[in-house]
Design a protein around this ligand. Sequence first.
Ligand SMILES: [Zn+2]
Length: 481
Amino acid sequence: MAFAEYELVVSGGRVMDPESGLDAVRHIGIRDGKVEALSETPLSGDEVLDASGLVVAPGFIDIHVHGQHAAGYDYMARDGVTTALDLEAGATGLDEFIEDRVGKARIHYGVAAGHIGSRVKVKHGLSPGHVLTRQLEGGFLSWILRFVQRWFRPTGWINEPASEKEREEIVSVLDEDLAAGAIGIGMGIAYTPGADREELKAVFELAARRGVPCFVHMRMQSSPTDTSPLEQVIGLARETGAALHIVHVNSSSLAAIESNLASIEQVRAEGLDVTTEAYPYTAASTMIETALFDEGFREKRGVDYGDLQWVETGERLTEETFRKYRAQGGPVILHMMQPEWIEVAMAHPLVMIASDGMPMVPGAHPRGAGSHARVLGHYVRERGALSLMKAIEKLALMPAQRMEAFVPDMKQKGRIRVGADADLAIFDPATVRDRATFEEPLQYSEGIPHVLVDGVFVVRDGELVDLDEGAAPGRGILAHH
Ligand SMILES: [Zn+2]
């Protein structure tokens, strides 16, 4: 009997590595959670997975996920995701976020230092900290946004500017989490109109000092073609020297998508470090009680009440039901983007894919379950909007490259080479597809039969693997400055 050199061999798959351009049948030898061999000839292992006919890609890295809970990780794993980070809302109290998940997470996890949370903490003497990232009433985002509506609106942390002292405290709360390993600074400035330019500048200056990006949900447009929100944050990046990442450029640009992407290309050519992401759907999702639905939202977004879909019942709204639900509060889906805008974003070489996945509860936006398979099935196979290799680059390599200067783990993720982490998404390019819909979002993607995290199967033969408490392979991903 041959000596088994590797713990696991992934044999005969079409290995696609966007960094080296490798696209060929290879045999992958895995030991201690790492890729140790990438061979043209068969290898022997304690266990051999026959991957013939399947694509073997680096596991997908989603940098914008709010559904940081066990069920959320299940849906993401079935969608090929091996690392789920919330770099937009982030957390306040990084240690608790990590401690809550040690040994329990199917996939890798991490967060940014959250500007929203720091504002709540400083302006209200509260420490939303880890509570922000726990799953109350179907998710922290829903919880925090309800919190906003019920207790603090309109006089609280949303609309009030910070005093000089508060501004310094906000910066120091953020800096504590950065020192503990938070991945950059997450900013939802569309949700905090009270944060004035001085405050935003102070936060950007902190990012520049720490050498990390600000991951920003920009201010709301005054019309679907308004480009001033992008100009504002680029101005801050230019003035402070901070790196900038624009979250969901699709829903934050609407009809200005092409001109915004052109602006990002242009400032990059000037040497600014600006990146962006999009999710592959024509509808957005958020909470109906937030500042995003203040007076004038129909003109600003170019929508009407009937473009709003109430998550709890699936109904389209009228002026009357809009008022009723806004007083009540809760998640809503906003159908406001044209299919061609999304195709522009998917095809654009600068745009990485991130889901903005919400906590997976009945009626949630399907992007939390299907974003990655949707890119591969709909945009690559059906629409031909981009090549398979380019898609894998956007799903895995580009997110890793965005962080590798300050997150050491990222140097070994997003690619398949000797020494890389054995995080792998193994899928059938002919059948991979999303099944989650706006009507029935709680459906796993299909055509991704095997997913490995640090060399451990978390999805096998198309099923989630039962993981014992303490045996789950997901690790906390931390930055080092
Ligand atoms: Zn988000």
